[in-house]
Design a protein. Structure first.
Length: 165
């Protein structure tokens, strides 16, 4: 069978105007690691920093017409996640571009710490209430989790553009 006769899935896709999914995940990973390592705000001496070993990047496909409801859900997680043992880096909702993708970033010392965190989440009354609300309103259409670690030396690298002028 020639390539011309293959199903349309192999057809050339139109060029994209935004970042690819992989580029977006890489960008979010760099952001979260910079935040975890104290890349924003006042400088913290290396001896005082607590480095989280892994970060869970959660990609949500949300109902774009329920963006505000998703924001409320994420705001409630600012209490729940730390209480259950996760280091909440932050939640992000669409601002410009794709209107149905949101992100959550949570860091842990290890996968074992993540497993302990999941068990605590299941027994947390406020989280169970939030989950029931999510299901009833169908805010989240799809969810993906990726675990990443930082590449030392690649974090929090400011632009050198101003220096070169």
């Amino acid at each position: 069978m020639s390539i011309a006769k293959l199903p349309h899935v192999f057809a050339r896709r139109p060029s994209r105007t935004g970042p690819t999914r992989r580029e977006a995940i890489a960008t979010m990973a760099a952001m979260c690691e910079a935040l975890i390592l104290g890349g924003y705000g006042e400088a913290t001496p290396a001896t005082e920093r607590t480095t989280m070993k892994i970060t869970c990047l959660i990609r949500y496909q949300i109902d774009p017409f329920q963006r505000e409801a998703f924001k409320s859900y994420a705001e409630s997680l600012t209490r729940i996640i730390p209480r259950c043992g996760g280091h909440l880096v932050g939640y992000f909702v669409p601002y410009e571009g794709t209107n149905d993708v949101a992100w959550g970033l949570i860091a842990f010392d290890s996968l074992a710490a993540y497993e302990t965190y999941k068990a605590r989440l299941k027994s947390d009354a406020e989280m169970r209430e939030n989950y029931a609300m999510l299901q009833s309103k169908r805010l989240i259409l799809r969810e993906e989790r990726n675990f990443v670690e930082a590449i030392e030396g690649s974090l929090n690298r400011p632009s050198t553009l101003a220096e070169s002028k």
